[in-house]
Design a protein around this ligand. Sequence first.
Ligand SMILES: *Cc1c(COP(=O)(O)O)cnc(C)c1O
Length: 336
Amino acid sequence: MGSSTRIGDRIGRLIVAPEGAVIVGDMLSLKVCQALAAALEPRPDRNGVVSDSGNSPSDLYTAGGLFRALGGSHDLRIVDPDAVADAVDESVAVVLLTEVDYRTGRCHDMGALTATAHAAGALTVWDLAHSAGAIDVDLAGCDVDFAVGYTNKYLNGGPGSPGVIFLSEALIDEVRPELSGWLDHEAPFAFDLDFRPDPGIGRMRIGTPPVLALAALDAWEGVEMADVRARSIELSERLIAGVEASCPTLDLASPRNPDKRGSQAAFRHPEGYAVMQALIARRVIGDFRAPDLIQFSITPLYLEEADIDRVVEILGEIMATDGWDTPEHRKRKTVT
Ligand SMILES: *Cc1c(COP(=O)(O)O)cnc(C)c1O
């Protein structure tokens, strides 16, 4: 039980949350569902939920399922990432956004959009799946209401490591969890038939924490996010400069300004799928995202200049020799 709040506080430090405001456990989709359900509850008179086309489809599927369970009267408004602020009006209960686009690394302005939502009387749910451990996040400074994240992405907990949820101090006492497990109870070992929520962030725990997976996150002990971010920018700038110099047929799809980019770099090529397969065959593992993106996630905890230079060299060779242009590399697999 204690490990989910202890590791929660450790991650909280990386995203500037006060102690006792973050807890880990469960898969991210469950945390998205939990945060969105709790964020909708104080605004029963409003049916609008604004999200954008840069959000992870997964979060939109989760929202759609939750709205059906709540009776089908909510209206999910998916707008262009640049049009979010204009879409927030007094009919909107919640603004649900993923801060960093999973494909291109484009970052939303969390502070400005949270202020826009609050001015219209709406609450915010920020998904930090591609932010926590990747960029500087300041939940307290941005006055965020709810945030969720994932330890299996840039926090490097490995596949199967759990989700994260944050509640603002102002909301912690108010939130009535929709999905309550025994460990969210004020006195779990009393095994009362009535649910009384834990007085703090423990009310969002749901189930038994994955203790072995949480042990991996001790790697963040003593790590400063500013150092990680500075290295991430150095390495991603090196990758972009190297790829642009050696691969003239690849176009940068990520923001050029590193302050507006997550810890990733994406390039466009019409045969991006085959290019990524050729890279994987040479043991450079990135992602392909349809229709044409080759995407690299940069994690400075274990990557260094030599790794970046090797990627640039191998990609340059593949592009120069059309090494991607084989039936084998064009063959579609389930995982891309
Ligand atoms: C990875 C990811 C998900 C999916 O996580 P699950 O493991 O399927 O719960 C959802 N949303 C975002 C933004 C993600 O990056």
